[in-house]
Design a protein around this ligand. Structure first.
Ligand code: DAH
Length: 339
């Protein structure tokens, strides 16, 4: 062991290049080296001998390997070849592409900023939801056709409580989740991804986004709702936006409305985006049905609130003049990079 250590030291002193080093490596670790020969002998030894000799040979091998590695490192540090290794600082640099957030993420952040400035909190909930929060808690009667208003994908597996599961069909699924954890007054928006079992075309997707609003207090009424919505849209589109409510039906609101805004593209004059009507439907809204408060565990007729669920893609398409909703999920970088 000592001999080998001394010899390798001497031999390495004379090493000037990686080629020299390779020769030394072969001498000490190669197939014909002293070490390899002894390692081969191990097989012919009695178990007792092997137990004694094995670790010793292993230690020698480790010592040699480490010494060679150290020398290699030292050589690499000092062997600088001006022709090969010099850095030409006049060469143009390689530009790393800089990424950015997806236009939908950007739009959601813009929406959040506006609501935060109006004192809202941001809430969220799971994308895979159980039947209760997506339907029952929102006062959808069992087996009621209103459940088909939103064609759901259903998962084949149930959760550990035996509840049916689905990718949520709307952000309204977070309403009762939030109310179970919080006491009014509060005002929140819930931006999120939702899923519908629907054929796709330029204005329909199976996967898109909504932002739900839920404002609950002692004396919340439709005037508050109209005011806040108008403030939001005018700020989002940076121009005065008019809003229009049309009577509608949702089991979780009473009264319920379809919610339109004046077309931000043509300012209500009529264009292809608003199909010449001057108005664009952005979602549903209404005063929270007292049944929903009860299902959330609140006292009946104690609070009043409004809620809406508006489509994010719609707004982004209008603001950025995008004519096909499928572009958002296309993964097409030529589209994404424009934002
Ligand atoms: N969840 C409804 C949908 O996706 C939209 C909606 C309507 C949400 C009325 C609301 C509401 O909060 O009050 O079709």
């Amino acid at each position: 062991m000592e001999n080998i250590a001394k010899n390798i030291e001497k031999d390495l002193d004379e090493v000037r290049s990686l080629e020299d080093l390779e020769r030394v490596r072969i001498t000490y670790l190669g197939r014909k080296s002293f070490l390899s020969e002894n390692l081969r002998l191990l097989g012919k030894m009695t178990p007792e001998e092997r137990k004694e000799q094995g670790p010793k040979l292993q230690a020698i091998k480790e010592h040699i390997t480490r010494t060679l590695d150290e020398k290699k490192y030292a050589l690499e540090q000092t062997s600088f070849d001006w022709k090969k290794d010099a850095l030409d600082i006049s060469l143009p640099g390689k530009k790393s592409p800089i990424g950015h957030f997806h236009p939908i993420t950007q739009t959601i952040r813009e929406i959040e900023d506006i609501f935060i400035s109006m004192g809202f909190d941001i809430a969220d909930g799971p994308e895979i939801e159980n039947e209760f929060y997506n339907f029952d808690a929102l006062n959808f009667p069992k087996n009621h056709p209103a459940r088909d208003m939103q064609d759901a994908y259903w998962l084949s597996e149930k959760n550990e409580k035996g509840e049916k599961l689905l990718p949520r069909t709307h952000t309204s699924s977070v309403q009762v989740r939030y109310m179970q954890e919080n006491t009014p007054p509060f005002r929140i928006i819930i931006p999120g991804k939702i899923f519908r079992h629907e054929p796709t075309d330029a204005s329909h997707e199976h996967t898109f986004h909504q932002f739900e609003a839920l404002v609950v207090g002692d004396d919340v009424n439709v005037a508050h709702f109209k005011y806040i919505a108008q403030e939001f849209f005018s700020s989002f589109f940076d121009t005065a936006i008019e809003i229009r409510l049309r009577p509608s039906f949702f089991p979780f609101t009473e009264p319920s409305f379809e919610f339109d805004i004046s077309c931000a593209v043509c300012e209500g004059k009529g264009c292809s985006v608003c199909k010449r009507t001057g108005w664009i439907e952005v979602g549903g809204a209404g005063m929270v049905n007292q049944e929903v408060f009860v299902l959330a565990g609140y006292k009946e007729n104690f609070y009043r609130g409004f809620a809406w669920g508006f489509g994010v893609e719609r707004l982004a398409m209008m603001k950025y003049k995008i004519d096909d909703i499928r572009l958002f999920h296309s993964g097409d970088l030529r589209f994404i990079r424009q934002f």
